[in-house]
Design a protein around this ligand. Structure first.
Ligand code: GDP
Ligand code: IMO
Ligand code: MG
Length: 372
């Protein structure tokens, strides 16, 4: 069997979690392949919001197995807290496994993350403060602690809680593929935060691209099936760094308010701007996207005009194509063909600019708020 991949194609928080939750019903395993608890994925079911950090977003599909791959960095204390919180909500996490090759984020990494951000002063990256960079640095320096080692060492009493879930990660994935199980690889963060192909140095420390699913799960590239990119219908970014389509005007404030653009992990206000078609086309290239999911289209309802950035100029300006907006509520729409005409034109404009079909349009945070 092949492995399908879902990745964010902007600067994170595209709504990957709720889209993975939707796709997960067609898969046997949902496997996180990168990042750590810098991720925050919200699922909204019957008006209740559930925040996931390390646990894969298939958690609310009761029969789906969950896996944290070797490409991830795991803060064991966050994971235990998440286990307890989800278990109280009735989520069974016995079906969760963690690769022995995932690395552990230790308190010293978190301290170092804060210290380095302080030292950078006005050049601070605006990290989530979760020790992500230092944990990856330790892995690259070969001074890190793998999950396997963590569970063997007696000085970590908490390890006993997680040890029963730690498995030979490569064997875990390949056994399932050989048995014909369908595996969905779940990316964290987004393409423009990739440590190599993102807006370096204003990036995270992991490989967030679809290719990261190979190294993050221990599978060859020929195993990859479909690659789906998730994008917001506009753009946001939390933390510092380039953001060519950012709006500093009332439209930006309106996107923030209407889209509730405040970080799930840190509560920081997200920077907001129009859909960035240049970054979108780049993401199609570097991920090899087969399809696109557009989220939060409902947030654009009521704007007189909606913009798409089509070109970056050398002086830092951008070309924006302004399209007619729409006033009708789209929350109840369940078929893309039934969207208001202007909204459909907007979705089509993105699909033709990126040269990728739009498979799903999300029109609200609730599980069923999807137009296909
Ligand atoms: P992720 O990190 O990519 O999983 O995304 P987050 O969960 O961090 O951020 C997405 C936010 O937007 C969450 O609060 C979701 O509940 C919300 N959301 C997702 N899709 C939609 C949508 O179509 N419309 C609206 N209004 N909110 C959405
Ligand atoms: P999800 O999976 C949005 C950003 C941080 C910062 C930079 C580096 O929810 O989409 P780090 O703590 O990783 O060293 O921070 O990356 N960042 C995210 N932004 N969503 C995320 O995850 C993010 N994970 C990291 O804000 O700019
Ligand atoms: Mg998020």
């Amino acid at each position: 069997m092949s492995v399908d991949v879902v990745v964010g194609i902007q600067w994170g928080d595209e709504g990957k979690g709720r889209i993975v939750d939707f796709y997960a019903r067609d898969y046997d395993v949902v496997a996180r392949f990168g990042g750590g608890d810098n991720a925050g994925h919200s699922l909204v079911v019957s008006g209740k919001s559930i925040a996931l950090r390390l646990v894969p977003s298939g958690a609310l599909q009761p029969r789906t197995e969950l896996f944290i791959g070797g490409g991830c960095v795991v803060n064991p204390w966050t994971l235990i807290e998440e286990f307890e919180r989800l278990t109280k909500l009735g989520v069974d996490l016995q079906r969760m496994s963690i690769s022995d090759r995932a690395h552990v984020v230790l308190p010293a990494h978190i301290e170092a993350d804060h210290r380095r951000e302080m030292e950078r002063g006005s050049d601070a990256l605006g990290t989530t403060g979760r020790g992500i960079g230092p944990a990856h640095a330790d892995r690259a320096l070969r001074t890190g602690t793998t999950m396997r080692r963590f569970c063997e060492r007696e000085e970590f009493p908490e390890a006993r809680r997680l040890a029963p879930h730690v498995v030979d990660g490569v064997a875990y994935v390949h056994e399932r593929l050989e048995r014909g199980r369908r595996v969905l690889a779940e990316g964290a963060q987004g393409t423009m935060l990739d440590v190599v192909y993102g807006t370096y140095p204003y990036v995270t420390s992991s490989h967030t691209l679809a290719a990261g699913a190979c190294t993050g799960l221990g599978i060859g590239p020929k195993r990859i099936g479909r690659v789906i990119g998730v994008a917001k219908a506009y753009c946001t970014r939390v933390g510092a760094g380039p953001f060519p389509s950012e709006l500093h005007d009332r439209d930006g404030d309106r996107l923030r308010e209407r889209g509730r653009e405040f970080g799930t992990v840190t509560g920081r206000p997200r920077r907001c701007g129009w859909f960035d078609g240049v970054a979108g086309r780049y993401a199609v290239q570097v991920n090899g996207l087969d399809g696109l999911v557009l989220t939060k289209l409902d947030v654009l309802t009521g704007f007189e005009r909606v913009g798409i950035v089509t070109r970056y100029r050398e002086n830092g300006d951008v070309d924006v194509e302004l399209l007619e907006g729409w006033q009708d509520d789209v929350r109840g729409v369940r078929r893309i063909a039934d969207l208001p005409r202007a909204a459909r034109r907007y979705v089509d404009a993105i699909a033709s600019l990126l040269e990728v079909p739009v498979e799903i349009v999300s029109v609200g945070p609730e599980r069923e708020d999807l137009a296909v």
